[in-house]
Ligand binder design. Structure first.
Ligand code: ACO
Length: 311
């Protein structure tokens, strides 16, 4: 019966085995992964928008080439993750429609605007830094296609993180005005970056079950703490100050004490009320609608090919 199947499934998880697409899995495991991988794929795609915004305005040809390559990488991550999600029996079209109808989420962080060139530095340094902190453990997540996708994605993300830090370093050691831009970008992106890890553990509805199934390896608060511990010395190296008066090294816990982000803002943003939610979804809808003729043409071509093979 189902109970025996579930027990055998849990035993495989506990034994650190990977679950593959054709293996038996509980319905809720499949649904959780579709939600999480779909949300992750959407985040990669929507995440191109705040950075794409600066491709035409990058300060030098070299910076422009680097940013262009990075944004293309994000597109690749999105497509890679949609394909991995498809192994669970959901189509990319389905996932896209759920994004556009507001049924599926994408990362809260991409609902904040990128106002200056320093923001592109802050996004690479902090946002990609937070993404890596969350995704490195996911290389060991229990679902095979997701864990394998994470290996390549993490390699590329660490390049992205370094390019962001390099922009910050350049700005922070530049003119007074550049330095002020770097500080302003850190001020605006610090708390939204902390929000990327999700709500506090006590408010995280999915963590318990996802950790039992090793879909998640760490809790939201664990990863947030690691991120703060890694990032504060980097800010010090840049000579920038983290916008948190409560920030202090705690010898006993071997980590920093820090202020929580404004969680009511977080819940507003994920409900669709952030500064750029409408703009982001509108851009996705436009791209989807304008690509309809191309999808139709591909299907018509495939149909003709199939017909020809039958003749
Ligand atoms: N942005 C938007 N929604 C979020 C965020 C966030 N930063 N954090 C949590 N949520 C949502 C969850 O999706 C869930 O809502 P839902 O039930 O409608 O799906 C709700 O808030 C409660 O959160 P949790 O129970 O903690 O959710 P979960 O266990 O899925 O943990 C987390 C959230 C940590 C983001 C997890 O899904 C995860 O690790 N995902 C994979 C990584 C990822 O998606 N990264 C995207 C950003 S990185 C990048 O693209 C560059």
């Amino acid at each position: 019966g189902t109970e025996e199947l579930e027990a055998a499934f849990q035993a495989r998880i506990d034994n650190n085995e990977r679950i593959e697409p054709k293996d038996w899995m509980p319905d809720h495991y499949r649904k959780t992964l579709i939600r999480m991988m779909g949300q992750h794929a959407h985040s990669e795609i929507v995440g191109q928008l705040p950075e794409g915004n600066w491709i035409t305005r990058a300060p030098t040809l070299e910076r422009k080439q680097i940013l262009l390559a990075k944004v293309q990488d994000e597109a690749g991550h999105g497509l890679y993750l949609y394909s991995a999600a498809e192994t669970l029996g959901v189509s990319r079209d389905d996932l896209t429609e759920q994004l556009l109808s507001g049924k599926m989420k994408y990362s809260s962080i991409f609902n904040y605007p990128t106002l200056t060139w320093a923001d592109i530095g802050a996004v690479g340094w902090l946002v990609d830094g937070a993404a890596i902190m969350n995704q490195v453990p996911l290389q060991r997540t229990s679902y095979g296609p997701y864990s394998r996708a994470m290996i390549r994605i993490c390699k590329e993300e660490s390049f992205h993180q370094r390019q962001g830090f390099d922009i910050m370093r350049k700005m922070a050691t530049g003119t007074d005005e550049q330095r002020a831009m770097a500080q302003d970008a850190l001020n605006r992106f610090w708390y939204p970056s902390l929000m990327m890890f999700g709500p506090s553990d006590k408010d995280s509805v999915h963590s318990d079950q996802s950790m039992k199934w090793r879909i998640k390896i760490n809790t939201n608060d664990e990863l947030r703490q690691k991120f703060v511990d890694q990032t504060v010395p980097q800010a010090e190296f840049l000579g920038l100050s983290v916008p948190d008066d409560e920030l202090a090294w705690n010898e006993e816990k071997g980590g920093y004490d820090f202020s929580q982000p404004d969680w009511s803002e977080f819940f507003q943003v994920i409900k669709g009320n952030g500064p750029c939610n409408e703009e982001r979804i509108e851009a996705r809808r436009k791209a989807w609608d304008e690509g309809a003729w191309f999808r139709d043409a591909l299907n018509a071509h495939a149909d003709k090919q199939a017909q020809r093979r039958q003749e």
